[in-house]
Design a protein around this ligand. Sequence first.
Ligand code: PLP
Length: 378
Amino acid sequence: MIATFAPKYDVDACLEEIRECLEKGWTGTGFKTAEFEEKWKEYTGLPNAHFLCSATAGLNMAVRILKEQNGWEDDAEIISTPITFVATNNAVLVNKLKIVFADVDDTLCLDPDDVERRITDKTKAVIFVGLGGNTGHYDKIAALCQKHGLKLILDAAHMAGTRYKGEIPGKEADAVVYSYHVTKPLSTADSGMLCFKEKQYDDLARKMSWNGMDKTSSPAKYDRHYRWKINVPCVADAYNGNSIMAAIALAQLPHLDEENAYRRRLVEWYEEELRGFAPVTLVEEPKECESARWLFQVLVEERDAIMEYMSEHGISCALHYLDNTEYPMYAHLHGTCPKAEYVSEHAISLPMHLGLERTDIAYICRTLKQYFEEKEQA
Ligand SMILES: *Cc1c(COP(=O)(O)O)cnc(C)c1O
């Protein structure tokens, strides 16, 4: 079976980094997490980076801090996409804010024109998801946010290493959130990064990320005997990342650009095979986008039957994503984004990982074409 995803690790480098944690006797937050935060800031050029247990944690905390610090009421609206992993939109709901969906365009990311149409006097922020690593029309969305005074969160869960016009995007966003989930580019097991633009928000996130324990309030600075007396100024979750995950991330980071370049090579092979084949629609990407290419998606009729057919031929495919209005908590918004509904019914993610070779891509594309040929003959 050809897998949809298959993470790859530099095993020796990972073990060496992890060994350092074990020998030092520290696997928790600190040590390697701090080292990886520095490396990530250097790599991305973003001013702040706080390492967490997941991107979900990062999104939840980004929305929470922006809400509390800007005094948003519970009827405040955040515009987002229905074509995403639920964690994106759940971050709005867990923070008791209102979600408003805007439709996607041919990049399968938020359509800037539709976003602008959905802005009301209650709108406070936009969450942009770079689907599959694609920057879509992120630059236009950033300009819109600037024009309307809206906060911008970039859900960069698929975008580790994505560049736009040669630079890592996100410098204008109020928060950028990365995932280092096992299947994502730069795989660890579970971890993520929250990069706030404002230093003061990064400071708050650091105070909040481990059950709200304000380590900076420790009187230890003044009196060693009271080291254990730490203030807890707010109720918060355990969102902190640990040194084992950071150790794996540190071992993986030096390979990221080369691996993403190979992912783009796989896409070139896919597109060579499929371009001009009428039953398959390719997804658009801006010319200046150098995508991390977590996904290779195409749009097809009879998607579910094709999924089955591919599976019968030893190829595991996937869907990114089911239109979120199919879930009960977003069902009231069903029918507001027709293009997203179309994508949800027609998109298929073909296998995309570093273990694939040109012959695999040829086989996958031949099988996909064969489905249509057999149908014609039947
Ligand atoms: C994977 C993903 C997340 C969540 O990432 P975790 O690190 O698993 O919490 C958030 N947003 C999007 C778009 C994702 O694909």
